[in-house]
Design a protein around this ligand. Structure first.
Ligand code: 13P
Ligand code: SF4
Length: 332
């Protein structure tokens, strides 16, 4: 069958039937060896994908792994901006992802032309952008950060230097409070972290008085205000392992619960409830990836992430600065 990037982009892998008797876990292991491939997966991926991954991590960990891998094929089980980051750091390697349409509502909330005009209004400001943004926004930024290193990145900038922070207003407001800065914030947000219901969380805390609320800083201020611990996905996971409590209400995407439960089998993890009755704290973009698509993308090495070289070089500068500051701060 002639599988091209265009056909996969247009129709996905819809035309291809997978023999249901196939052991996809074994097949994926075989393909890894055959193609010298590495699977990098974010914590928000479905459990089966996390179980076949070579590395599971938060955005900083994944970027770091992408920068040091010696694999020929990088299979990125995450969303588009994450695979873009891997490509920016590995121009000579082939980067594929199970579904090229796996985007990000936060990255989409900052279209490059609008952001360029916004930036022009603050000519003396330095631009720090959260890694959850497009390569075009990275190219317009001075430094990239993730939720793991944002505080250190901001603190590395002289206090008198004014800063624009994009695209997440919730993370930006949280960082303004933490660092005492007054960064100008772009008005973007993540659909998953904005959906938590303060009222339902409060009721849940009453029913589980010993449970600690742990939250990602992409959550709204009202949720962060009552959280016992705030951190990136890796930081939340580590906290749940080392903290002495037995029960946690987890205010981030539900995929992380797989590792939390795996690493602390005797503890209880309750997903924080959203403000309606659907499973809206599942990221619809992350969950576009499935084990079947992962297998097919390894088999056909499609869809591939390709990037204009000028854009890549421009975007790389801000990621390099992040890596440099993170290294100096001992974060990687
Ligand atoms: P981290 O895993 O870096 O905390 O980011 C969370 C997120 O929303 C990724 O899309
Ligand atoms: Fe984007 Fe939010 Fe999904 Fe992360 S959880 S990929 S920030 S939409």
């Amino acid at each position: 069958m002639n599988i091209t990037n265009d056909s996969v982009l247009e129709k996905g892998f819809l035309d291809i039937e997978i023999d249901p008797r196939l052991d996809l876990f074994a097949e994926i292991e075989r393909l890894k060896k055959e193609k010298n491939a590495v699977i990098l997966a974010h914590y928000y991926q479905e459990p089966d994908i996390q179980d076949v991954a070579d590395f599971i991590g938060d955005s900083l960990g994944l970027a770091q792994q992408a920068s040091k891998t010696d694999a020929d094929l990088i299979v990125f089980a995450g969303v588009h901006f994450m695979a873009e980051t891997a490509k920016i750091l590995n121009p000579t390697k082939k980067v594929v992802l199970p579904d090229l349409k796996a985007g990000c509502s936060l990255a989409d909330s900052a279209p490059a032309p609008l952001f360029k005009a916004f930036k022009a209004k603050y000519p003396d400001h330095l631009v720090i952008s959260y890694i959850n943004c497009s390569a075009e926004i990275k190219a317009l930024s001075d430094i990239i950060c993730t939720s793991s290193n944002a505080e250190k990145i901001i603190e590395s900038v002289p206090a008198e230097q004014p800063i624009i922070f994009a695209p997440d207003k919730n993370l930006g407001a949280y960082l303004n409070k933490k660092t005492g800065r007054n960064m100008v914030l772009w008005n973007g947000a993540c659909m998953v972290h904005e959906i938590f219901s303060l009222e339902k969380i409060t009721k849940l805390k009453v029913r589980h008085p010993k449970a600690k609320l742990i939250a990602h800083p992409e959550c709204e201020d009202s949720v962060l205000a009552i959280a016992d611990y705030i951190g990136s996905t890796t930081q939340l996971l580590k906290y749940s392992e080392t903290d002495s409590s037995q029960e946690y209400i987890v205010a981030t995407e539900t995929g992380i619960l797989h590792q939390m439960q795996h690493n602390s089998p005797n503890k209880t993890f309750i997903p924080a409830p959203p403000n309606n009755n659907c499973a809206c704290n599942d990221c619809p973009h992350m969950k576009l990836n499935t084990l079947e698509k992962l297998y097919l993308c390894m088999q056909y090495e499609q869809p591939e992430l390709v990037m204009d070289e000028n854009l890549r070089l421009q975007a790389k500068k801000s990621i390099d600065r992040m890596m440099e500051i993170s290294r100096k701060a001992g974060l990687i």
